[in-house]
Design a protein around this ligand. Sequence first.
Ligand SMILES: [Zn+2]
Length: 86
Amino acid sequence: MLDQYEGQVGGVDHQSCTINIKSGQQKLLEADTILHEAVHVLDEIFQLNLTERHVYCLTGGIIALLRDNPEFVRYLQDAIANPRTV
Ligand SMILES: [Zn+2]
């Protein structure tokens, strides 16, 4: 399935709305790959015209933000699972 992404660890099939990743990656790199491809999808949906460098830097920055701030991750999980009604 990844033949179309020769030399890459992941890719987006816009036709089937699917993110494909290479199996057997180290867990953190796999998460980075999935997020990287998701940012590509958002770029496409919102027509942001991001460069590969933009996607790479955003992905690395978001992973670092989440790794460095586990309380923020828990906050986000709670906010998403239990939206507050004001
Ligand atoms: Zn990319």
